[in-house]
Design a protein. Structure first.
Lengths: 106, 117
């Protein structure tokens, strides 16, 4: 199975900050990478597919980049509602696997 | 509005069985792959299984192969997960999700399965 490794696992930030989360795949996955946001007690929400395609309704301060094995999720000008845990997930092959998550805290 | 509602979770003893359901509304259910994803308490996400729109193809994570079976009833807009030989490590919130080419575009709120004696 392809292993997805996110960094950092957690960090503290402030509103207005620019935040970058990285996700590394143990083997090349082309651009078959999605990013999700999860808030406590809620289901995850898809933010980005195909590494950089923003889903409808997701604010433009979210962006994704990368291909192959290295990917990033960037949040420019962090808002209060962005404090959450973020997961990457590959869908290059089976089994789909997720990164361990990155918790963005105040 | 698209809605997925899971049910069937609960407390079960190790070695026992449990069946989960996911009722779909607001979408053309029979047109989409569907997935189950689980999340152990305080932990990350684990994709469990998915099934083709017509039910003719299924995929599973290795840890549940031979124990879990995913199925669907398109006439009833329902997705199922039959879980047998349950282990304590299967304890998790189980989410159903619409699977669009591998991305999980819409999720239910989940149902908790606890495997404990």
């Amino acid at each position: 199975a392809i292993r997805m490794t996110q960094s950092p696992s957690s960090f503290s930030a402030s509103t207005g900050d620019r935040v970058t989360i990285t996700c590394r795949a143990s083997q090349g996955i082309s651009h078959y990478l999605a990013w999700y946001q999860q808030k406590p007690g809620k289901a995850p929400k898809l933010l980005i597919s195909f590494a950089s395609t923003l889903q409808s309704g997701v604010p433009s301060r979210f962006s994704g980049s990368g291909s192959g094995t290295d990917f990033t999720l960037t949040i420019t000008y962090l808002q209060s509602e962005d404090f959450a845990t973020y997961f990457c997930q590959h869908y290059h092959s089976y089994p789909r696997t997720f990164g361990q998550g990155t918790k963005v805290e105040i | 509005e698209e809605q997925l509602v899971e049910s069937g979770g609960g407390l079960v003893q190790p070695g026992g069985s449990l069946g989960l359901s996911c009722a779909a509304s607001g979408l053309t259910f029979g047109s989409y792959w569907m997935s189950w994803v689980r999340q152990a308490p305080g932990k990350g996400l684990e994709w469990v299984a998915n099934i083709k729109p017509d039910g003719s193809d299924e995929n599973y994570v290795d840890s549940v192969k031979g124990r879990f079976t995913i199925s669907r009833d398109n006439a009833k807009n329902s997705l199922f997960l039959q879980m047998n030989s349950l282990r304590p490590e299967d304890t998790a919130v189980y989410f159903c999700a619409r699977d669009l080419s591998g991305t999980l575009v819409h999720w239910g709120q989940g149902t908790l399965v606890t495997v404990s004696s």
